[in-house]
Design a protein around this ligand. Structure first.
Ligand SMILES: Nc1ncnc2c1ncn2[C@@H]1O[C@H](COP(=O)(O)OP(=O)(O)OP(=O)(O)O)[C@@H](O)[C@H]1O
Length: 252
C-alpha cells in the first residue's frame, strides 16, 4: 500500500465544551471514493470540515490531534490555508454558485490566483466543465448567469469550480441531498468518473448512495469512528454490532 494522502490521528474537536469528535484515527488512500455515514449529529460534517480547516470559520472551536495532508500537518501555525483549500476543495449540500456567469464561476479560483492568460482560462473552463459532466449542457452559453441553471447543473458547475484549480482531494457534504433523483444520479455518475483522478470523501445520509458509489465507507456514531472498511464489507459483513444495527435501519 502507498502512503495515505490524508491521515487524522487522535482528532478531537470541541464546540465550546461539547466534544463533537472523540479521537478519530482514519486515513485515506489516494484516489477512489470514501463515504462517511452515520446518524444525524454523529460528527460526519464536522470531521469533513476538519480536513481543509473549514471549522476555523466557526467561533469557539478547539481541535487537538493531527491532520496530515501528505507530509504536512495542516494545523501547523505556518500552514497556508488558501493553498490548502486549493488542494483540498469542498462542495456543499446546497449548490452555491456565485451570481455571475458560468464562465466566471469556474475560473473564480484561477482569477484569485492571478491567472490572466485568456487561453489558459478558456482551457480550464472546458476541462473542468467536461470533468464535471456539464460541458455539453452549458458550452453554448457560458455567459449565462449560473443562478439560471437547474439545481443539478448548478451543483456540477460548483464541482467544476473546485476542479478548475486542480485539487487532489474533493470533499463533498451531502452533495445530492438538495437535488431531485435524476440530478442526483448524474452527480453520482460524475463522481464515479472523477474517482480515477481524485481522492473523494463524501458525507451522505443515503446508504444506497454509499453502497453504489463508495469504494470505502466509514461509520461514525456519537463523535466516534466505529468502523471503516471496504464498502461491500461494511454493508454485507460489518464487524461491529452498531454498524449492523445502523445499516439494517434499527436506528438513525
Ligand atoms: N457550529 C456548531 N456549533 C455548535 N455545535 C455544533 C456546530 N456544528 C455542529 N455541532 C454539533 O456537533 C455535533 C456533530 O454535528 P455534525 O453536523 O458534524 O453532525 P452530522 O453527522 O454531520 O449531522 P447531520 O447528518 O445531521 O448533518 C452535533 O451534536 C451538532 O449539534
Amino acid at each position: 500500500m502507498t502512503e495515505p494522502i490524508i491521515t487524522t490521528d487522535n482528532l478531537h474537536l470541541f464546540y465550546g465544551k461539547k466534544e463533537a469528535l472523540k479521537g478519530i484515527d482514519l486515513s485515506f488512500q489516494e484516489r477512489g471514493i470514501t463515504a462517511l455515514i452515520g446518524p444525524s449529529g454523529c460528527g460526519k460534517s464536522t470531521y469533513l470540515r476538519c480536513l481543509n480547516r473549514m471549522n476555523d470559520l466557526i467561533d469557539d472551536v478547539t481541535i487537538t490531534g493531527n491532520v496530515m495532508f501528505r507530509d504536512q500537518n495542516i494545523y501547523a501555525p505556518d500552514t497556508d490555508v488558501v493553498a490548502l483549500r486549493k488542494e483540498v476543495g469542498m462542495v456543499f449540500q446546497q449548490p452555491n454558485p456565485f451570481p455571475f456567469s458560468i464562465y466566471e464561476n469556474v475560473i473564480y479560483g484561477l482569477r484569485l490566483a492571478g491567472v490572466k492568460d485568456k487561453q489558459k482560462l478558456d482551457e480550464a473552463v472546458e476541462r473542468s466543465l467536461r470533468q464535471a459532466a456539464v460541458w455539453d449542457e452549458v458550452k453554448d452559453d457560458l455567459q449565462k448567469n449560473a443562478l439560471e441553471l437547474s439545481g443539478g447543473q448548478q451543483q456540477r458547475v460548483c464541482i467544476a469550480r473546485v476542479l478548475a484549480v486542480s485539487p487532489s482531494v474533493l470533499l463533498l457534504d451531502e452533495p445530492t441531498s438538495a437535488l431531485d433523483p435524476v440530478s442526483s444520479h448524474v452527480i453520482e455518475e460524475t463522481l464515479l468518473q472523477l474517482r480515477y483522478d481524485y481522492t473523494i470523501i463524501t458525507v451522505t445520509h443515503n446508504l444506497q448512495q454509499a453502497s453504489r458509489i463508495a469504494d470505502r465507507t466509514a461509520f461514525f456514531l456519537q463523535g466516534e469512528l466505529i468502523e471503516t472498511n471496504d464498502t461491500k464489507k461494511i454493508f454485507m459483513a460489518p464487524e461491529k454490532q452498531e454498524t449492523q444495527d445502523y445499516i439494517s435501519g434499527r436506528f438513525g
